[in-house]
Design a binder for this molecule. Structure first.
Ligand code: ADP
Length: 402
């Protein structure tokens, strides 16, 4: 029997999953990947082979009350029916917030569940959705090892100063500090830098994770030294629907003068801002690009996005004391030729020179010359969760055996 891992990434109405074979002395190998969408409404399930061909799909009507619980029950029985020669060995979960104490992935038990629940106030829009599948799987598959893998953990290497807000010290002691997110993505990129150029693995590299959520991370010797996201996933770059860094005074103005409730202000900042808010059209870069030549609002949103990325890269170059490499990743970073060109055009002062034809075909190297290099590297957060889950599993088994 080949032991397999399930990797789960749960959102409010979606559940993404991947299934990996764990072969001896080899990277976890992707077998299937899939998605449940529209949970709680008209749900839809699709599963594909690692090679990309559709394998199965199913839909449910909105009256059928098909939520996360039903999706996980369906996934377990689908796998039982199709897993010829395989046996489920563990489940790895993406958990957005590990707070101050979780600097590495952890095997879940009762006390860990409690500790992760206590972190809900730090990420109220994401953490509860991440924890729900953990609770459901503990009930449905008691004894099955489950591992929580954190978006924040990769940034725990940052210095005290890099993670400090200039707020009264008791606030820091109460957990109000910069945490940083997208750590699973940065972990993956750091792990493959040497395959692209060994100098990058030991150098000063800025990674631009540009998807619906967006942030930058400064890596020195493959370790996070600074990032643009802070206490919450709102800080830093403008995103699909999130505002990025704004003056905190705006929030008081919204509450006091505009009479928004805290929930309304939160909804403006998380769900109605960013590319969507500025354009008034869409949070989707593809849509905005298709309109940008004729629609000034679409162009403005894109221009602001590129301007803010360039400015924040400048700030991270200062934090690193220079730059040896720049990496673009995630949906926009991997696919949007124009965003890469616009950002690079603002970085000639840092010695970065665009190779336009390489950029058009997606690199991997998209710069010319002997100065700092620029790259397009596809990220793989699920593989990092699979690697981390396996390593926690192996060290637990080793402890039990000794
Ligand atoms: P998430 O944070 O939800 O995982 P993704 O990493 O999938 O997001 O990124 C989604 C973004 O990537 C969207 O703005 C989408 O328009 C953009 N994107 C995806 N493919 C392309 C493409 N071919 N050209 C331009 N933008 C793209």
């Amino acid at each position: 029997m080949i032991p397999v891992l399930i990797v789960l990434n749960a959102g409010s109405s979606s559940l993404k999953f991947q299934v990996f074979d764990m072969l001896d002395n080899a990277e976890p190998r992707l077998v299937w990947k899939g998605l449940y969408e529209g949970l709680g409404g008209a749900a839809h399930f699709v599963i594909r082979h690692a090679r990309g061909a559709d394998l199965d799909e199913m839909s449910w009507n909105s009256g059928e009350e098909f939520g996360h619980e039903e999706a996980l029950a369906h996934l377990i029985s689908w796998l039982r029916e199709h897993q010829e020669g395989r046996k489920l060995a563990a489940i790895g979960h993406r958990v957005v917030h590990g707070g101050q104490s979780f600097s590495r992935p952890v095997l879940v038990d009762d006390s860990i569940v409690q500790a992760l629940e206590a972190l809900v106030p730090l990420a109220p829009l994401h953490q509860p959705h991440n924890l729900e599948p953990i609770r459901i799987m503990r009930r449905r598959l008691p004894g099955m090892p489950q591992v929580a893998c954190f978006d924040t953990a990769f940034h725990q290497t940052q210095s005290d100063i890099a993670s400090l807000f200039a707020l009264p010290r008791e606030m820091r002691e109460g957990g109000v500090r910069r945490y940083g997110f997208h750590g699973l993505s940065y972990d993956y990129i750091a792990s493959v830098l040497a395959d692209y150029d060994p100098r990058l693995a030991e150098g000063r590299v800025i990674v631009a994770h540009l998807g619906n959520g967006a942030s930058l991370c400064a890596l020195k010797d493959g370790v996070s030294v600074a990032t643009t996201m802070g206490f919450s996933a709102l800080d830093g770059l403008p995103m699909g629907t999130r505002c990025g860094a704004i003056d905190a005074g705006v929030v008081f103005y919204m509450l006091r003068e505009m009479k928004l409730t805290p929930e309304e202000a939160e909804s403006v900042l998380y769900k109605k801002s960013g590319l969507l808010g500025v354009s008034g059209i869409s949070n989707d870069m593809r849509m905005l690009r298709s309109k940008a030549t004729t629609n000034a609002d679409a162009k403005r949103a894109i221009d602001l996005f590129a301007y803010r990325i360039t400015r924040e890269i400048g700030s991270l170059v200062a934090a690193l004391g220079g730059i040896d490499g720049l990496v673009f990743t995630a949906g926009i970073g991997e696919n949007d030729v124009a965003t890469r060109a616009e950002v690079m055009a603002g970085l000639t002062w840092a010695g970065l020179t665009m190779d336009e034809s390489a950029n058009r075909i997606g690199g991997p190297r998209i710069s010319t010359g002997s100065g700092p290099s620029a790259w397009v590297i596809p990220t793989d957060e699920e593989l990092v969760i699979a690697r981390q889950t396996r390593s926690v599993l192996e060290s637990t088994q080793a402890k039990l055996a000794s």
